[in-house]
Write a protein that binds this ligand. Structure first.
Ligand code: CU
Length: 161
């Protein structure tokens, strides 16, 4: 009986993995343009996870950058600092946002500037869903700033000084 239950469990988890692999969607990928000579850039997107828990492990964009890192952004006093993370947890059934001021994919050692209007291929490696290919459009910095959640954060007043 125990053996039967065990094999039933195995079957269930195998099914869950199969469902998960088709239920991860990368939404609104974008990167901000970079000034000439910049060595780093950042990519943002939403991960819509319609399946079981997964993790984003790494990324590649060989055309654009020597290496890519997964970063989070932390406040240290009034300074924003970036720190590398091993993986980005993608909770079951939830949307995880990589956005300015938060989690992002960092392009290290840029081979050429990111220019608005262009796009480049990005490869994402996920623990369960495997490899996903995404095309990332480069947008103007101003367009990116509009998306930054900096207004109203930590301030209760509505008036401007
Ligand atoms: Cu970063």
């Amino acid at each position: 009986m125990k053996r039967f239950l065990f094999s039933l469990l195995l079957t269930c988890s195998t099914l869950a993995v199969a469902a998960g692999s088709g239920s991860i969607q990368i939404v609104k990928p974008q990167a901000a343009e970079t000034p000439p000579g910049a060595k780093t850039g950042a990519v943002y997107f939403d991960v819509v996870n319609g399946g079981g828990a997964d993790r984003l492990l790494s990324a590649e964009a060989k055309e654009m950058a020597g290496s890519l890192e997964l970063h989070t952004t932390l406040m240290e006093g009034t300074l924003m600092k970036m720190r590398q993370v091993d993986a980005v947890d993608l909770a079951a059934g939830e949307t995880t946002s990589l956005k300015p001021g938060g989690l992002h994919v960092m392009l290290i050692d840029l081979k050429k500037p990111l220019q608005a209007g262009q796009s480049f291929p990005l490869t994402l490696h996920l623990e369960k869903a495997g490899t996903l290919q995404v095309t990332v459009p480069v947008v103007k910095r101003e367009a990116m700033m509009d998306a930054m959640p900096q207004h109203g954060q930590g301030h209760s007043g509505h008036g401007k000084p």
